[in-house]
Design a protein around this ligand. Structure first.
Ligand code: ACO
Length: 332
């Protein structure tokens, strides 16, 4: 019997997503840096991505996704007992994006906080929300992944600026009903690769200076190949562990909703898990890597277009800066 079967459980009551209107194509990027549509598609699977308007903040995007998730869940913002936002591009360093989101949604004075686990942020938030519902401390938890990475990219660095996009996704967790439930979640961090994916300046270690800004040390720096190798390995092992925890195997999975960082990573995870690519929900071609937003955006897309049906089993897995990675298994 898995741990989940021994305790009260949560389930995903509804999801929502938001993508800013402005589309930035690979052809547009060819005008900015020394790259090509062919390179970007072949190496990453990305065709275009969205960029937020100059007057949009992370909490604005999160608000739309959250409202759609609340509507799908059939509850009001005032019913929420907790708001957890996975983000590394909050409105400002202080306070949390979740605080602004609480105000914009008109929620009560419930605990509202951010989780800084980069691309794994949504799955971290989902797992934390699940724990609070399991212990009876909360009934309805809003979990959000939102990123406005276009603001923290070096648009002269072709090794990073072609990869990312802006977006938001949300899910409302509530008490398990019927077969629907979060079956298992697993969270991990390995700091040994922290410097392979980071924003070096702007924190307490290296406060922003004019020289730091000039050197773009306030923007995302990544050694892509370091991350690629561990991504395939860790996403596979975390997925297997989530399945083991729930007493399930790959054949029980109806849909995999992976973090959308690179189509080649997803393809290698598919091979290792022996789950065919046609059971993966993939939208990296249209949105690029939206970090913590990628899983809830893809999950919402799969639910709304009818691929993900009630009663089906969905495996989520993500890895990002930290490096932090996570997996979650849910029956819808
Ligand atoms: N256009 C054209 N050429 C490029 C570009 C570009 N945009 N970017 C890099 N290149 C060049 C490089 O300079 C290099 O040239 P060289 O051989 O002359 O030196 C060549 O292409 C190959 O570069 P690699 O870095 O080896 O390319 P790779 O196949 O590894 O792909 C990529 C790079 C896409 C970044 C890949 O490594 C990757 O996806 N890594 C994982 C990213 C990830 O999962 N991140 C975690 C989530 S993000 C987060 O947490 C915020």
């Amino acid at each position: 019997m898995s741990l989940g079967e021994l305790s009260p459980q949560s389930c995903i009551l509804g999801t929502g997503a938001y993508a800013p209107a402005q589309v930035l194509t690979n052809a547009d990027l060819e005008q900015r840096v020394d790259t090509s549509d062919a390179w970007i598609r072949e190496r990453t699977g990305i065709g275009e991505r969205r960029v937020a308007a100059s007057d949009e903040a992370a909490s604005d995007m999160a608000k739309v996704a959250a409202q759609r998730a609340l509507e799908a869940a059939g509850i009001q913002a005032t019913d929420l007992d907790m708001i957890i936002v996975g983000t590394i591009s909050a409105d400002m360093p202080l306070p949390a994006c979740a605080a602004f989101l609480q105000a914009k949604l008109g929620a009560r004075q419930v605990p509202s906080f951010d989780v800084a686990a980069a691309c794994a942020g949504f799955v971290y938030a989902l797992s934390i929300g699940d724990q609070f519902i399991r212990t009876g401390m909360a009934k309805h938890v809003l979990v959000v992944g939102v990123e406005l990475l276009s603001r923290v990219l070096n648009w002269e660095d072709r090794t990073t600026c072609v990869l990312f996009g802006d977006g938001a996704g949300a899910a409302v967790l509530g008490p398990a009903s019927g077969d629907a439930r979060v079956l298992s979640t697993r969270l991990y961090t390995d700091a040994s690769l922290a410097s392979s994916l980071c924003i070096p300046a702007g924190g307490s270690k290296e406060p922003l200076t004019a020289e730091g800004i000039e050197a773009r040390r306030d923007k995302v720096h990544m050694v892509g190949q370091d991350i690629f190798k561990v991504a395939v390995k860790n996403l596979t092992s975390a997925s297997r562990t989530a399945l083991d925890d729930a007493g399930l195997t790959s054949t029980d999975v109806d849909w995999v909703v992976p973090h959308q960082a690179n189509l080649r990573i997803i393809s290698q995870v598919s091979q290792r898990l022996e789950i065919p690519m046609d059971r993966f929900i993939i939208n990296i071609d249209r949105y690029g890597n939206t970090s913590s937003a990628s899983i809830p955006m893809a999950l919402d897309e799969g639910i709304r277009d009818g691929r993900v049906k009630p009663g089906q089993t969905v495996l989520m897995c993500a890895l990002g800066a930290g490096i932090s990675w996570a997996s979650a298994l849910a029956r819808m």
